[in-house]
Design a binder for this molecule. Structure first.
Ligand code: GLC
Ligand code: CA
Length: 556
C-alpha cells in the first residue's frame, strides 16, 4: 500500500497514556516468591524496584485471575479474584500500592471474549436446558445433520481445530454445541446479551474501585458476532482469521462492539485520575482501527501493523505513515510494540526469516535456528527506532535483557494449547514465556529461590541475568535504561514526527522528533554522522559511521 508522507504534530493533552512506556509483566514468568516454580504477585512486588530503575511509566499485568490455566490464564473462571497460584487479593493490593508509590501505573488484563469452561456461568449454562437464559450467556446452538451431529457452522479455532464443541445434556445424550474461537476450554460469551454486558461493567468497577489505572482488553474485535452466526464466507483462504480489504467475517470486528466500548469509557471517566484502556484489536486497515480509538472509545489500541512489519524498511515506512494518518485523524496516540507473550522475541525473530511475526507459531528445535548475534543487533536497533517515535510504547518483560526466544524447548514441556491442537505442527508460544533470569546463581537463575521453574530456561539465560547486566554499562539493560531516560528528558513520547529527506528507504529510514534525528541503516553502506552529536546508538559507532543494522539518535 502506498502512503503519503505524514507529519505528526505534538498532540494536545498531556495524559500519560498518550506517551507512556508500558511494560508487560507475564506473572507466571516474572518472579516466584514461594518456591513452587511459578511466578506470582508477591514475586512481582518484590522486584518492582528494578522496573522503577528501568524507567517505565506503567505495567500491564497479564491475567492472574482464578483460572484452570488451559491458556495460561486467558481462560478465566473468576474475574474478581486472584488465583491461589498467584496469591490473594491482598497481595494484589500490596502490589498496586508499591507500584503507585514508585510512580508506576498498573493496567490489568480484561478477557471479555470468552471465559473458562470452569466459570460458574458456563457450568450453570451446561446444567440448564437449551434455550434457557443460562445458556444465553454463551453461544449454544443445535448442530446440523439429521441428529445434530455436525457443528452449526464452518468456523475454526484460532488455535487450530474446530471452533465448536458438542456438550452432553443432562439426560446423558449428545446435545447442543458451543462456540470457542480459541481453545475448547474457552467458550465465547454472547455479547448481545445485556446481562453479560452488565456483569462486565461490574467487573470493570470492581478493579477500578481497587485502584487500577486501566485495562488491556483481550480480543475485543471478537466480542460481537453477526446475528445467527453465519458461515465464514472465505474460510478456505482465511482460516480462522480475515483478509484485509475483504468483508469482515461474522466473528471479527462487528459494529456492535462500539456501543460496549463507549459504555466502558464512560465508566473509566467516572473515576478520578487518568484511567485508560488499550484494545488488543486486530482491525485492518488502520483507518478502520481508528474508529476504535475515537475519543469516546478505547484510549489506544496495540499497533500490530508495526509489529507485523518485521524489520522491512518499506513495510515500516508504510506502517508509520498509516499509523499517524489514522490515529491523528481521531486525536488518538499511535502506539508502538515489538514484543509480547504471543510472538517470537524480537532478539530471535530478527535473527532469521520467520515470516509474519504474529503467527505465534514459535520456533522448535527442528526448524532453522536464529542467529543470536544478528538478532540482538537488529533488535536493539529496532527498539531504539521505536522508542524515538512519539506516542505510547509497549515493552515485554525480558526484552530489556535482550533475551532470546527459547528455540530448543523439549516438547514434553510445551503448554500452549496451540501445540496440542495442531499435533505439534505449530510449536506455539511457550518459547517467549520462559521465566526471567535475575541472578546467575541457582537452577532457575534467581527466578525462584528453590531453583524450580515451570518452563526450563535455555543455557544462554544465565549470562543475561539482570544482576550481571546492571553492573555493566555496555549491557542491553543499560542501553534500554539510557534510551528510556533520554526519551523522557527529550520529551520524545509527546513530540512530533516528520520524515527526513533522503531517509525514506530502502537504505535508511530517518525521522525527526523534537529536534532529535533518529536514523536506522538497513543498507550495506555506512551512513556518515560525523557532523552530528551522537546522543545514543544501538551499537558503539566506529568513527561516527552508522553501520548496517544500527540505529542512532543524533543532533546537529
Ligand atoms: C490474546 C492473548 C493470547 C490468548 C488469546 C485468547 O491474543 O494475548 O495470549 O491466547 O487472546 O485469550
Ligand atoms: Ca509461586
Amino acid at each position: 500500500m502506498d502512503q503519503a508522507l505524514v507529519t505528526h504534530l505534538a498532540q494536545p493533552g498531556s495524559q500519560w497514556w498518550r506517551s507512556g512506556v508500558i511494560y508487560q509483566i507475564y506473572p507466571r514468568s516474572f518472579a516466584d516468591s514461594n518456591g513452587d516454580g511459578l511466578g506470582d504477585l508477591k514475586g512481582i512486588t518484590s522486584r518492582l524496584d528494578s522496573l522503577a530503575a528501568l524507567g517505565i511509566d506503567a505495567i500491564w499485568l497479564s491475567p492472574f485471575y482464578c483460572s484452570p490455566q488451559k491458556d495460561a490464564g486467558y481462560d478465566v473462571s473468576n474475574y474478581v479474584d486472584v488465583d491461589p497460584i498467584f496469591g490473594t487479593l491482598s497481595d494484589f493490593d500490596d502490589l498496586l500500592e508499591k507500584a503507585h508509590g514508585l510512580g508506576i501505573r498498573v493496567m490489568i488484563d480484561l478477557v471479555p471474549n470468552h471465559s473458562s469452561d470452569q466459570h460458574a456461568w458456563f457450568q450453570r449454562a451446561l446444567a440448564a436446558k437449551p434455550g434457557s437464559p443460562e445458556r444465553a450467556f454463551y453461544h449454544f446452538k443445535d448442530g446440523l445433520g439429521e441428529n445434530g451431529e455436525l457443528p452449526p457452522n464452518n468456523w475454526v479455532s484460532m488455535f487450530g481445530g474446530p471452533a465448536w464443541t458438542r456438550v452432553t445434556e443432562s439426560d446423558g445424550k449428545p446435545g447442543q454445541w458451543f462456540v470457542h474461537l480459541f481453545d475448547s476450554s474457552q467458550p465465547d460469551f454472547n455479547w448481545a446479551n445485556p446481562e453479560v454486558q452488565l456483569e462486565f461493567e461490574n467487573i470493570l468497577k470492581f478493579w477500578l474501585d481497587r485502584g487500577v489505572d486501566g485495562f488491556r482488553v483481550d480480543q475485543p474485535h471478537a466480542m460481537a458476532k453477526a446475528e445467527g452466526l453465519p458461515d465464514h464466507p472465505y474460510l478456505k483462504e482465511a482460516g480462522a482469521g480475515f483478509i484485509e480489504g475483504r468483508e469482515n467475517p461474522p466473528m471479527w470486528f462487528q459494529e456492535e462492539v462500539h456501543e460496549i466500548f463507549r459504555k466502558w469509557r464512560k465508566i473509566l471517566e467516572g473515576y478520578p485520575g487518568e484511567r485508560a484502556m488499550c484494545g488488543e484489536a486486530y482491525v485492518y486497515p488502520l483507518s478502520l482501527m481508528a474508529k476504535w480509538v475515537r475519543s469516546d472509545e478505547f484510549h489506544q489500541t496495540f499497533n500490530f501493523r508495526f509489529l507485523d512489519a518485521g524489520w522491512d524498511s518499506k513495510k515500516l515506512f508504510d506502517a508509520i505513515n498509516e499509523s499517524f494518518e489514522a490515529f491523528d485523524g481521531v486525536g488518538a496516540p499511535s502506539t508502538w510494540v515489538l514484543n509480547n507473550h504471543d510472538v517470537i522475541r524480537h532478539a530471535s525473530r530478527f535473527g532469521g526469516d520467520y515470516g509474519r511475526a504474529t503467527a505465534s507459531d514459535g520456533i522448535g528445535s527442528g526448524q532453522p535456528q536464529p542467529d543470536p548475534i544478528l538478532g540482538l543487533q537488529i533488535a536493539k536497533g529496532a527498539t531504539l527506532f521505536m522508542l524515538g517515535l512519539p506516542g505510547a510504547s509497549y515493552l515485554y518483560q525480558g526484552e530489556e535483557l535482550g533475551l532470546p526466544e527459547h528455540t530448543t524447548l523439549e516438547d514434553k514441556y510445551r503448554q500452549d494449547p496451540t501445540f496440542a491442537r495442531t499435533n505439534g505442527a505449530r510449536v506455539g508460544r511457550d518459547g517467549c514465556r520462559i521465566p526471567l533470569p535475575w541472578e546467575p546463581e541457582g537452577d532457575s537463575s534467581g527466578f525462584s529461590e528453590s531453583g524450580k521453574s515451570w518452563l526450563p530456561q535455555p543455557a544462554s539465560y544465565k549470562e543475561l541475568a539482570r544482576s550481571i547486566q546492571e553492573k555493566n554499562p555496555e549491557s542491553t539493560l543499560s542501553f534500554y535504561k539510557t534510551a528510556l531516560d533520554l526519551r523522557k528528558q527529550l520529551g520524545l513520547g509527546e513530540g512530533s514526527f516528520s520524515w527526513i529527506a533522503g531517509h525514506q528507504g530502502p537504505e535508511t529510514l530517518g525521522y525527526e522528533n523534537s529536534g532529535v534525528k533518529v536514523i536506522y541503516n538497513f543498507g550495506a553502506q555506512p551512513v556518515d554522522l560525523s557532523t552530528f552529536e551522537i546522543l545514543l546508538s544501538s551499537q558503539p559507532l566506529s568513527g561516527k559511521q552508522l553501520a548496517t543494522n544500527q540505529c542512532a539518535w543524533i543532533k546537529p
